[in-house]
Design a protein around this ligand. Sequence first.
Ligand code: ARG
Length: 582
Amino acid sequence: MQSITKQLNQKLIAAVEKSYGFLADLPEKLILPASNPQFGDYQCNIAMSLTKKIGDNPRNIAQKIINNLEISDLCLSPAIAGPGFINFTLKKEYLESLLEELLKIPFNETVTKAEMSKKIIVDFSSPNIAKEMHVGHLRSTIIGDSLARILEFRGHDVLRLNHVGDWGTQFGMLIAYLRESYPDALIKPDALDLEDLVNFYKRAKEKFDQDEHFKEISRLEVVKLQSGDIESLKAWELLCQQSRREFEKIYDVLDVNLIERGESFYNPYLLHIIDLLRARELLEQNEGAQCVFLEGFNNKEGNRLPLIVQKTDGGYNYATTDLAALYYRVQKDFVDKIIYVTDAGQSDHFQQVFQVARRAGILPDSVEAIHVPFGLVQGEDGKKLKTRSGETIKLKDLLSEAVKRANDDLQNRLVEERRTENQDFISQVSQKVGISAVKYADLSQNRISNYIFSYDKMLALSGNTAPYMLYAYARIQGIAREAKERQVFSKILLEKESEVILAKALFDLSEILEEVEKELLPNRLCEYLYDLSKKFNKFYENCPVLKSNEPLRSSRLALCSLTAQTLELGLSLLGIKTLERM
Ligand code: ARG
């Protein structure tokens, strides 16, 4: 269903047009929530910005627009205030009838979809083989998954790609090292776990940096691997599988779906990319390497920086793989839009790759490529997140700690509330609350800022947290359970102010999702859901539900049910599953 603001907006645009003919640079949004509820529900400031263009004073303009405005079924007659603000107050009967309409439609259909369905790739998570997945990958996984869910819900055809770091020189080094010191790892599937692998990787890297001979052997291993040597490929595949098993565990816990298409997938296209760049005369030899000189990226001396696409030894770079990935996604996936979710540190990388891809014709103007950057995860001391003994935190441990603490909180609450629950309930609730808390804490921040990781804050039952949201939902479900009878809603009555305020907020989800799609900021959805729960709580304080007489009782139960469904849908789009009780 169209949001109220959208409907009003359309009517306003029509009224401006009727008054002054078509105006080319009219803003898209003429209507805003009222800055002060005393003046009504919404306001429009367009009269002031039209003064120059029209050559009249804003109050006259406002009056003329009002004269041409057909909204008597939606609003009381609009008022002009101050220099020329137009204020709108919705009619209660209108809101009531809208809600009645809403209740006739299956809930998910009341939320509007995108006008045109697009093919969208969300490239997210993307950890590296033989390395631990770190908190940066966790952020990418959580934000990417939520964006993918929202885009899918909006009706787009979304491909969720895991661009795993599974190719390149590091494998030569690792295989060479294992061949020397632990050859079993290269032929037996379960010889190593990820932790061993990470340690071997560290030692291999040390040796690589110190030992020229080892460097040479490693280089030969890469060549062997990249030229398709069967035995090397087998060893490489084993190493990948070991890491993959660990990644899968994390994705399971987080309930995230991804299709793995690692860097190696694009190997067959790398040579073609070089040829393409050469054909476009973009390639230049620079100290033995093949480069494209970038526009707008300069070194200290003010000279243009090169993007190296093929190193002196013939090897390719991260950037070359990304060019090949773009090529594939345009040519084979027929993508309309690609969204890359990585830390802000990779912004330059993506701007450079996009620029070269555009100039080379790999990325046509019709395809949008967007880097969605996010800030660092910090400990409560504002420094890099570490364990007490100073090591980097493993994701697995971080998630199980959140669940453990959620469990402690729940046990305490059960004692306080003198409740007994079975073990099944306790572990289910702790699991969901713990994981949701981590997700919500990340998503509720503006992703661009650094984010301070605090178990205490994210698990708090009050404030903009997952437990608060889940609790609001469970509470409403509790009311519904107590009401017992299946409700048949026919009449909506909005008696008190807090009731009207809640009712209005229930129409905003469509627009919020549209904005999240535009700005790619999931925190907008969190803010909305948090605001909605607060409005619900006010309503619940002021308006008895079960103790009211009919028809008010049914009407209020209907408001409860719509709020619950809005919360449930909103949270599900953040990757959070609701609980009926907690
Ligand atoms: N593997 C990279 C990392 O760990 C992220 C890859 C992001 N995606 C991409 N197409 N470059 O930082």
